[in-house]
Design a protein around this ligand. Structure first.
Ligand SMILES: Nc1ncnc2c1ncn2[C@@H]1O[C@H](COP(=O)(O)OP(=O)(O)OP(=O)(O)O)[C@@H](O)[C@H]1O
Ligand SMILES: [Mg+2]
Length: 836
């Protein structure tokens, strides 16, 4: 798994770029050659702020990348003067790679990162100024909900009215608007607002006490830093003379303000002139309103940055005319937008293929069948193909059938590796070791694994902390010293053992032990590993594997840091004589390979995008590493697909209530956002586009009969070749669907059950012969079992499979062994069982 390292924001160019020829010989003309006049103008533009607005696939990102290369090659800009901001880690990694391809190792000290990574870096450097620890923890959504739960409890808020989730969302919205607790309290107009503002204040106090920041803080505190310390702002303005932002339509108010602070808008007496700003975006692709994104930032660019220049791009280089016409037709239904006509000279290409499936299993079987057929005919490699869905939970059905058929795939996002309980527990230990004050992490592991510190003892300690206005960690130490009243002696003993355990582990960190070894020590000394090893629950075996995977990630992290250090040591001469006024890069930045550095990477990986989960299949360079060069199919949500392109795209689940999302029906604003999302989905496709829906889909355990997505109706009919349409005879009732989708008695709507029903009937499915083994599954699937298969188990004897569940390493089968009972077994590793 190399993906974590694709995301490493630093040091650009020293690791991967080493692969391309040092200082590759692109001269300026080369950099402009394959651009159209408008693109070229954007690349060559100098001076005043520049906005490039254009529809999808018109080369905005290409302009940005090219501009960076051009700045370095033609305008003698030092890489250290460049700050490029993208929206996802994946996009940042890609941009860094593309620039490195163009300019080679010189890319070095350039900052290419997401807003969040960039802020973490700044805040760590400036921690002293803000009087906080540079080892601050980064709380993600789950951590902040936990903290908010504690806050709500202590403020006696009724969890039904004031759920932690609702409060956290409220607070996040405030932060996105740069509203602090005082301002929130002042502006509060309703009861809810007032309570939420109170919770906000308390939540913030505890974050500070815990030496932690949530994702929104990263942006807000950086803005505060710049505004409260003009000399700091000036320092960075001198440093970053070029600021470039991709996907500008998805910036929220806080991010916009940050950009403004970073470039400066007017020359000050002593300070530098404003930095050059170049932003690119497309209002039609704004899909993050739920995080406060506002297209106002694009629309008002010329007002925000006086004297700005706008460049419009109109030629699309990505898609066929058919695909573009479909996208244009859908987005045209949104009101209040500026109409822009994208054109392409790529020709009409293939018609869009439409498919109406009986149910979601049938839909997945159709998709799998088509992918297989395309691959067989040599029309597409697996890596050319992406399957999109609206929400993560829709991936499961695809995963099941892909596994059954041996079709290699990877899921981007989804049930993320770093969101799993065991992984979070292990990371919480590491976080406590790195930042002893991190209350949320500390309380998370206090009694994990169980060590006799019950809820009551925890509450007693927490109360003591509150009363004494000390941190939870300090209160624990008081408990050890017997200074916490009402704590019973047994709990005190347990707490003492815990504090000693953590102290012992922290010594390892202080001695400079590798992160992986620290992690191993955590798992061993706490008994976490032993507990899982002794368990008979098959899920615990998976948990163990995930922890092993985390150790591997940590191990690779250290090795990677060592390689990079070695390489950059050997590369020192490269930048000689090219110093910008300061390149004191490493101030406040965690030492490469150190525990804080590891934790920072891991926190940020869980950002807007995510690495594929380890059981989502191996992936190499964009999935191109298959033996037969076929790569793997990519499964992801439309949100994750932003900015990407694939020759073949399957847009699935186009049903009202799924896409557009249920929540958006009847809400014009949300519906408009869903339509933009549909526009994003369609415009990812280069050559072939498929759209499909299911007549019946199981949601929340219930079969639901869904009407066609209105977006489907908006695609002009002549563009679509319907392979299968809704049967004209009377519509099937959901009740009937129950018997297709489920087997009586098993309660599971497994792929097998679904296939037996709908999937087998589609002609495309017949094209499969014996399942082929995808590379991704070489070592993971040991046994492929279907309902009804007969097996012989070393211990239990003969049995019949009654249900299958889960995918990849999580695949299990429930098997009826007659008098030996019914047993659920994992299907990976060395299973002492054969299929008869
Ligand atoms: N002038 C050009 N000549 C040839 N190919 C081009 C040109 N401009 C862009 N492309 C190609 O078109 C595709 C789309 O470009 P790019 O991803 O930069 O578009 P975008 O505007 O950023 O799209 P999105 O809005 O989806 O982010 C890429 O494959 C890119 O290499
Ligand atoms: Mg782009």
């Amino acid at each position: 798994m190399n993906t974590l390292f694709d995301l490493l924001p630093e040091p650009a160019g020293s690791g991967r770029a080493g692969a391309s020829p040092a200082g590759s010989a692109h001269d300026h003309a080369d950099l402009l050659d394959d651009l159209n006049p408008a693109q070229r103008a954007a690349v060559e533009h100098q001076g005043r702020p520049l906005l490039v607005v254009a529809g999808a696939g018109s080369g905005k990102t290409r302009v940005l990348t090219r501009r960076i290369a051009y700045l370095l090659a033609a305008r003698d800009v030092h890489p250290g003067q460049i700050m490029a901001i993208t929206f996802t880690n994946k996009a940042a990694a890609e941009m860094r790679e593309r620039v490195a391809d163009l300019v080679g190792r010189r890319a070095g000290p350039m900052w290419v990162s997401t807003f969040h990574s960039m802020c973490v870096r700044l805040l760590r450097r400036e921690a002293k100024t803000l009087e906080m620890t540079s080892n601050f923890s980064i709380y993600d959504a789950d951590d902040s909900r936990r903290l908010m739960t504690l806050v709500g409890r202590d403020l006696d808020l009724d969890p039904k009215r004031y759920s932690a989730r609702a409060l956290a969302t409220h607070v996040s919205n405030w932060k996105n608007e740069l509203i602090d607790p005082d301002a929130a309290a002042q502006a509060a107009a309703s009861d809810f607002d007032r309570k939420a503002a109170e919770a906000y204040r308390e939540y913030q106090r505890r974050l500070v006490q815990a030496g932690a920041m949530d994702f929104d803080d990263l942006i807000m505190r950086t803005v505060e830093l710049f505004q409260a310390f003009p000399d700091v702002a000036e320092h960075y303005r001198r440093r970053f003379r070029h600021v470039l932002v991709d996907e500008y339509q998805d910036t929220n108010h806080a991010q916009y303000t940050l950009v403004r602070e970073l470039v400066g808008t007017e020359p000050t007496e002593s300070g530098p002139a404003p930095s050059e700003l170049c932003v690119v975006g497309d209002a039609d692709q704004s899909i993050y309103a739920f995080r406060g994104a506002t297209i106002r930032n694009i629309e008002e660019f010329e007002r925000d940055f006086p004297n700005a220049r706008s460049i419009l791009l109109e030629q699309n280089y990505r898609s066929t005319q058919t695909i573009l016409s479909a996208a244009n037709a859908v987005i045209a239904r949104n009101s209040g937008r500026r109409d822009k006509r994208l054109w392409t000279d790529a020709g009409d290409g293939e018609r869009i293929v439409g498919y109406v499936a009986d149910n979601e299993h049938d839909e997945a079987a159709f998709v799998a069948g088509e992918i297989d057929a395309l691959a067989d005919r040599g029309e597409a490699k697996y890596s050319d193909v992406a399957v999109f869905y609206r929400t993560n939970n829709q991936s499961r059905v695809f995963e099941e059938i892909f596994i059954r058929l041996g079709l290699p795939y990877r899921v981007v996002g989804g049930v993320r590796f770093y969101e799993r309980k065991e992984v979070r527990d292990a990371l919480a230990y590491l976080r406590v070791l790195s930042n002893p004050e991190d209350t949320v992490s500390l309380r998370r592991i206090l009694n994990v694994p169980k060590r006799g510190i019950g809820d009551r003892a925890e509450a007693v300690v927490a109360t003591h902390a509150e009363r004494e206005r000390i941190s939870f960690a300090a209160a624990l130490r008081d408990a050890v010293d017997g200074r916490v009243p009402l704590l019973n002696p047994r709990s005190q003993k347990a707490i003492t053992a815990f504090v000693e355990l953590v102290d012992g582990l922290r010594e390892l960190v202080d001695e400079g032990t590798d992160v992986a070894d620290v992690l191993e020590a955590v798992l061993d000394r706490t008994g976490y590993r032993a507990e899982l090893e002794e368990s008979r629950d098959p899920q615990d075996a998976t948990r163990l594997e995930n922890l092993d995977e985390l150790v591997t990630v940590a191990r690779e992290f250290t090795e990677f840091a060592q390689t990079v250090q070695a390489e950059s040591a050997g590369q020192d001469g490269d930048d000689a004589g090219e110093t910008v006024d300061d390149l004191d890069e490493d101030v406040g930045v965690p030492e490469p390979g150190s525990l804080p550095a590891f934790l920072e990477r891991v926190s940020l990986v869980a950002d807007a995008d995510s690495i594929p989960s380890p059981d989502g299949g191996e992936d190499g360079e964009d999935g191109e590493d298959g033996d037969d060069d076929q790569g793997v199919v990519t499964l992801m949500t439309v949100h994750t697909a932003k900015g990407l392109e694939y020759p073949v795209v399957f847009c699935t689940g186009w049903e009202d209530g799924v896409f557009p999302h249920l929540r958006a029906l009847g809400e014009p604003k949300e519906l408009a956002e869903e339509r933009r999302l549909a526009y994003v989905a369609i415009t990812r496709a280069q050559r072939r586009l498929y759209v499909s829906r299911a007549l019946v889909r199981t949601a929340w355990g219930q079969p639901m009969s869904n009407p066609a997505s209105r977006f489907l109706d908006e695609i002009p009919e002549e563009l679509v070749d319907w392979r299968r349409q809704e049967p004209t005879r009377q519509a099937r009732s959901p009740r009937e669907a129950t018997t297709w989708g489920r087997r009586p008695g098993t309660g599971s709507d497994s792929a097998q059950a679904g296939l037996a029903a709908g999937g087998m009937r589609t002609t495309s499915f017949q094209g499969f012969s014996a399942p082929r083994r995808g590379d991704a599954w070489k070592n993971t699937v040991a046994l492929k079992l279907d309902v009804g298969d007969r097996v012989n188990h070393d211990k239990y004897g003969l049995g019949t499979v009654v249900a299958t569940e889960g995918a990849g390493p999580r695949a299990t089968a429930t098997i009826d062994f007659g008098s030996a009972g019914t047993v659920r077994l994992m299907l990976i590793g060395s299973v002492p069982m054969v299929k008869l």
